[in-house]
Write a protein that binds this ligand. Structure first.
Ligand SMILES: *Cc1c(COP(=O)(O)O)cnc(C)c1O
Length: 392
């Protein structure tokens, strides 16, 4: 099909819930994508932080093919090797104790919320179900995770929302204390707010928050759906903050492009969710888990150090270009935010870059770059050249 045919068919038969750019993608290689007509695009999005190994990765595709031929799905009523091995790897690399596998980020965060509420219910009984989240956060699109999201714009249309969320200012422990009360069981944070605009929390704040949570027996929950799996230059962002949350969610990059997510929990929460309390049919799918194992094998410590180096390179090059529309950059590893100066429109900038062959994202008030973690210097330079030519 041609790009135009795909767009027309999509317009007719797929629910119109996304503001799409006028580009159809057919295939990719490394960090370069191609439309059906063969036009190349340098990818600074990785499918919103998903395709950490880029496109056409041979080991990833082979592992999926082998596992699909062997066993595509069997349900969690039986044991399978790929999920067990992936859970082992995640725990050994983080210090967590156990994993629950799900399918998407919002669903994983629902798992965190259930874990926190049951932990508290088991210990203290009813009336301690409130979770504090941060303003400007994003936690998902289910009815509950919309409400967990600390942005009023998401609390529309779908009433009634789930009760039991209050919001505090990021990097402000006094604001969090003010939102607290006897009814609180947990605090849920993104260590780098993603959709909100790539805003890293301060290390001091996170460490003080961890201490406060321990003091009050609130669970500290990290939403690592976007920051997790190497994106920030460590396997999980919490490893750079020097804390181990009580539980953390992951999703986007975990299986390099197949739908998979999950919750990891520490020793304190190991037995909170027992048989019958939480489940999902597709969770721990062996094909997704086999893909996840290839991601884990690829993300060695050395590879992760490279992620940090690549991120610094991209940021310094962008700042050195001194484009009229861009201000400072921020972020961690290959999760990069670029400030858009007053008088410029982020969506227009994105549209222009995409038209010229560079795929980018927006977030909060600025641009967001999430290139595949395997992106080469050559591909980064190609992307930067497009940026300069388009916006200079
Ligand atoms: C993307 C994202 C989600 C939602 O994930 P889905 O897979 O779209 O449900 C939740 N939290 C954060 C931090 C995210 O970036």
């Amino acid at each position: 099909m041609t790009s135009q045919e795909i767009k027309t068919l999509t317009g007719q038969y797929i629910m119109n819930t996304y503001g799409r750019f006028p580009v159809a993608i057919d295939h990719g290689e490394g960090a370069t994508l191609y439309d059906p007509e063969g036009r190349a695009y340098i990818d600074f999005t990785s499918g919103i932080g998903v395709c950490d190994l880029g496109y056409g990765n041979q080991a990833w595709a082979d592992a999926i093919a082998v596992q699909a031929k062997k066993l595509g799905h069997v349900s969690n009523l039986f044991y399978t090797e790929p999920a067990a091995r992936l859970a082992e790897t995640l725990c050994k690399r983080t210090g967590m104790s156990c994993v629950f596998f799900a399918n998407g980020g919002g669903e994983a965060n629902e798992g965190l919320i259930k874990l926190a509420r049951k932990y508290s219910f088991d210990k203290y009984g009813k009336g301690r179900a409130t979770i504090i989240t941060l303003k400007n956060s994003f936690h998902g699109r289910t009815i509950t995770t919309l409400k967990a999201t600390g942005q009023e714009v998401f609390h529309q249309y779908f009433f009634p929302f789930t009760e039991g969320f209050r919001y505090a200012d990021a990097n402000d422990l006094a604001s969090l204390k003010a939102a607290a009360g006897d009814d609180v069981c947990a605090v849920l944070v993104e260590l780098v707010q993603g959709e909100g605009g790539v805003l890293p929390l301060e290390t001091e704040y996170v460490q003080a928050l961890k201490a406060l949570c321990e003091e009050r027996d609130w669970l500290l929950l990290a939403d690592e759906v976007q920051t997790g799996v190497g994106r920030t230059g460590t396997l999980f962002a919490f490893q750079q903050y020097g804390i181990l949350p009580d539980a953390a969610s992951f999703a986007k990059g975990i299986a390099g492009g197949l739908p998979m997510s999950g919750v990891m929990a520490g020793e304190k929460c190991r037995h909170v969710l027992g048989p019958g309390t939480h489940a999902t049919t597709f969770g721990a799918n062996p094909v997704c888990a086999a893909a996840g194992l290839v991601v884990q094998e690829t993300l060695t410590d050395r590879f992760l150090e490279e992620v940090t180096v690549k991120g610094s390179y991209l940021r310094s090059q962008i700042e050195a270009m001194d484009l009229p529309c861009f201000g400072k950059t921020r972020g961690m590893g290959l999760m990069i935010g670029v400030e858009v100066r007053a008088g410029y429109d982020k969506s227009e900038i994105a549209a222009k870059l995409i038209e010229n062959g560079l795929l980018v994202l927006t977030a909060g008030p600025g641009m967001r770059l999430l290139p595949p973690l395997v992106i080469t210097k050559e591909e980064m330079d190609q992307g930067l050249a497009i940026m300069k030519k388009t916006l200079g």
